[in-house]
Design a protein. Structure first.
Length: 163
């Protein structure tokens, strides 16, 4: 009788292998979900950074006209910052909106000047006191893939576009 009751108990329970297979499947699904969230998160962070850069460039263009001082934008792979030309030197602008701004983790910037054959890892663009600027594009990238482009025309008008 003992063998019959034991076989009934064992037939209703899950085996260790079945439990391990279920755990592996759950782990794979969770890993895919987390990785896809990171990609979506980077796109959202790049969109926020691109929109912010457009707004600050627009403000810098207006400030260069109002102050009658040239303003420059320096772009490096991990950050960008604005400077003004005072007393024969470029100085960091005192307003918080123009302070050096680091890009979100995983997002890098690359500057392309109009008429320049290649992109620059770090470069500078000057907004003149007359409102003129050399047209340029700042690519916001995740790895080697461009996510957003911030394009600025000769009049200083900026806009962001998803790639």
């Amino acid at each position: 009788m003992g063998n019959v009751s034991n076989s009934k108990v064992y037939s209703r329970a899950f085996t260790l292998i079945e439990i391990l297979v279920a755990l592996v499947i759950v782990a794979i699904v969770m890993a895919v979900a987390v990785l896809s969230m990171d990609v979506v998160g980077r796109k959202e962070k790049a969109k926020f950074a691109a929109d912010r850069l457009v707004e600050v460039i627009t403000y810098a263009t207006q400030q260069s006209l109002l102050q009658l001082n040239p303003i420059s934008l320096r772009v490096s792979p991990r950050y960008y910052a604005f400077y003004e030309y005072c007393h024969d030197a470029w100085q960091a602008m005192p307003q918080a909106i123009f302070a050096q701004r680091h890009l979100p983790y995983g997002i890098t910037a690359q500057l392309h000047l109009a008429g320049s054959p290649s992109a620059s890892q770090a470069g500078q663009v000057v907004f003149s006191q007359t409102g003129d600027v050399v047209p340029f594009v700042v690519d916001l990238k995740s790895g080697h893939h461009v996510i957003y482009k911030v394009t600025v025309g000769a009049s200083g008008v900026a806009h962001a576009q998803a790639e």
